[in-house]
Design a protein around this ligand. Structure first.
Ligand code: HEC
Ligand code: HEC
Length: 278
């Protein structure tokens, strides 16, 4: 048998695999998974965002209290609150199609997605709202601005005034350095002394839901006015560590854009300037 390099072998194997399934579906064998290739039977033919849904300007002063209320409403939580404060409010002010959205779908984002403590649900809700109106080329910088701002800001800021649902008065603040629910909540509990299951922690997250909605609306309004600008750049860890761990560098193992320091503070690189990062 002729010697085959790995690439040729893989190609041949995919052709053999295609002989049964792909011919039936009208795909040419050996054509390969080129991104431009139309999927069989018109699958995935739906248009990318932006869909026919057009964004509208929103008043964050009106929407932030709605985000706060949405958090407490039926215990639906942060993702629902942030998303409703944006898309729900467009529905209340402009009707269809916005008011047709099944908003309770966003309840899944609560507590970092069904209590898993992964991404902060308020960020998930806001980024999902962006995605209804902007494709990834426009949206990615908007998401980055929102997430970096979240990493770097001392929360909570929103003042519910006499309308508070949880606890009244000012709450302690903390900077998460992370978009993750687990890190954000954990650091606040440590800084404030309140337990994760405390009413104060719930109140803190309700106020952060309003804070995130406010920032997200500012980003969306600026985008619509062609005035969107990035104000929160990458932290030092991301640029520094990326010098060697980004794609194409000497140790190209890094996935994602999160600030590295919450998780790699005791860095593997001993002489590292981030070693003693809090
Ligand atoms: C000057 C280049 C360079 C910089 C800057 C750098 N690294 Fe690395 N890092 C490496 C190399 C090389 C390895 C060895 C892994 C390999 O063989 O691919 C490594 C390994 C690691 C590992 C794997 C654990 C280990 O001990 O092998 C982690 C985690 C890591 N780096 C995180 C970081 C973080 C976080 C930063 C920023 C604080 C950072 N690195 C900055 C070059 C670098
Ligand atoms: C939310 C926590 C978290 C954040 C944020 C994070 N990492 Fe990691 N990273 C991990 C964990 C956990 C692993 C897997 C470690 C393991 O099993 O060895 C990992 C793995 C890695 C590895 C693969 C090397 C290895 O063998 O572990 C590199 C390189 C790395 N991280 C660099 C970075 C850099 C650079 C950043 C910031 C741009 C970053 N990480 C942000 C938690 C994190």
């Amino acid at each position: 048998m002729e010697r085959m390099d790995r690439r040729t072998m893989l190609k041949t194997m995919s052709m053999l695999g295609c002989a049964t399934g792909c011919l039936a579906s009208g795909m040419l064998p050996g054509a390969g998974p080129e991104p431009a290739l139309a999927a069989p039977g018109g699958r995935f033919a739906q248009k990318d965002a932006p869909f026919s849904w057009k964004p509208h300007m929103l008043d964050a002063k009106v929407c932030a209290p709605v985000a706060y209320d949405g958090y407490w409403h039926q215990g639906y939580g942060c993702a629902y609150g942030a998303f409703y404060a944006i898309v729900g409010m467009m529905g209340e002010q402009h009707g269809a199609p916005y008011n047709q959205f099944p908003f309770t779908m966003l309840e899944v984002g609560k507590s970092g997605i069904s209590d898993w403590g992964t991404i902060c649900g308020a960020l998930l809700g806001a980024a999902s709202a962006f995605a209804l109106f902007w494709g990834r080329k426009d949206r990615d910088p908007m998401v980055a601005e929102l997430f970096r701002w979240y990493e770097q800001t001392a929360f909570p800021m929103h003042d519910p005034g006499p309308a508070f649902k949880g606890v009244a008065g000012a709450l302690p603040t903390s900077v998460s350095h992370s978009p993750l629910c687990h890190v954000s909540v954990g650091r606040w509990c440590q800084a404030s002394g309140f337990a994760e299951k405390s009413t104060e922690r719930g109140e803190r997250c309700a106020r952060i839901t309003a804070d995130v909605a406010t920032k997200a609306i500012a980003i969306m309004n600026a985008k619509q006015a062609a005035a969107f600008a990035v104000a929160h750049g990458d932290p030092q860890s991301v640029t520094y560590c990326g010098e060697c761990h980004n794609p194409g560098k000497q140790s190209p193992l890094l996935k994602g854009k999160m600030d590295c320091t919450p998780c790699h503070s005791g860095s593997p690189h001993t002489a590292d300037k981030f070693k003693n990062h809090p």
